[in-house]
Design a protein around this ligand. Structure first.
Ligand code: DGY
Length: 312
């Protein structure tokens, strides 16, 4: 029987191990430790297996794929796939899969959470209560930013960007402008001139890497909230901090950082107007269970010489 290895324990994996065994599909094993495999361990498990379920923090680069070109399938436990070398996988005819759609709502909801936490200053307010500072009802304290009818700039108009746009339109009658603005009827002047919020939903690639830098921030005419639930390498953290300190940025909400994990001494963590989450965009039980199912279906298809339902 073919052998499949998941580099971390994922939701419902025991169920899928039993399912695969009962249906004579494959033997499924996984890393039981609550930490990632080292690169050496990754090479070693790949040697003894036919297919892998990888995490977004596993570095599946050209060297790895060359050395492990016996692999029959790799399914990433994520929609993003910047950790996989697609070209090398093609060279060695290794099918790659991912987990789109099922995490769209959860990730858009995470962007929404970040924006609400910033605009209503919830972190500061919670700290105030916890620290015993709440004396009375205050007319002037923690007054936030009204999101109603604001303009939201969305970078990346795929499934997640569109889901977030719909949430903003329904909740606050937001006006949504997309970037790149060309095909969407919004001009460059409009995008940089009107947006109150910029939310990133694009894949990490050569176009988006470092996109939100001091040049981008300087072009924004109004102070804005910056939200990133896509990939940390799309923004430059020093430039964000500088923009915040200069008042160009009203608040920074990050579910993804560069590097990950964010260093505990990052100056962004000391600022009041930042909310940093540990990459939990897709982290609901149901979403993660669905992601497991998609990975299993991808692997099952590849191991029976069919195309993956969600191939990259
Ligand atoms: C993804 O899927 O790419 C998210 O970043 C993690 O679920």
């Amino acid at each position: 029987m073919k052998k499949v290895y998941a580099t971390r324990k994922i939701e419902n994996i025991e169920y899928w191990r039993d399912y695969a065994k009962e249906n004579n599909l494959f033997d499924l094993c996984w890393n039981e430790r609550e930490e990632n495999l080292s690169q050496a361990e990754l090479y070693s498990v790949a040697k003894g297996n036919d297919a892998l379920i990888t995490m977004l923090c596993d570095n599946i680069d050209a060297d790895f794929l060359k050395e492990n070109n016996h692999l029959l399938a790799i399914s990433n436990y994520a929609v993003g796939h910047n950790n996989l070398d697609k070209k090398a996988a093609q060279t060695y005819s290794i099918p790659l899969g991912n987990t789109p759609d099922v995490l769209t709502h959860a990730t858009a909801e995470c962007a929404l959470t970040l924006l609400l936490m910033l605009s209503r200053r919830t972190q500061e307010a919670i700290a105030n209560v916890k620290e015993g500072q709440w004396k009375t009802w205050e007319p002037l304290q923690f007054n936030g930013f009204d999101l109603r009818e604001r303009t939201i700039g969305i970078i990346g108009d795929g499934r997640i960007g569109q889901a977030f746009a719909k949430m903003a339109e329904n909740l606050w009658q937001a006006k949504v402008l997309y970037y790149p603005y060309k095909d969407r009827g919004a001009s460059e002047e409009q995008f940089f001139g009107e947006c109150d919020v910029i939310s990133l939903h694009c894949p990490l690639n050569e176009k988006s890497e470092g996109l939100i830098d001091s040049h981008f921030i300087d072009r924004m005419e109004k102070p804005f909230y910056f939200i990133n639930t896509a990939r940390g390498a799309c923004h430059k953290e020093d430039d964000l901090l500088d923009g915040l300190r200069k008042g160009k940025i009203l608040g920074i909400g990050l579910d993804v950082t560069d590097p990950e994990p964010m260093q505990a001494n990052s100056p962004l963590l000391k600022e009041e107007s930042t909310v940093i989450l540990p990459h939990i965009g897709s982290a609901t039980k149901k979403t993660r269970q669905e992601m497991t199912k998609l990975c299993m279906k991808n692997i099952e298809a590849a191991l029976t010489n069919k195309s993956m339902p969600h191939s990259i």
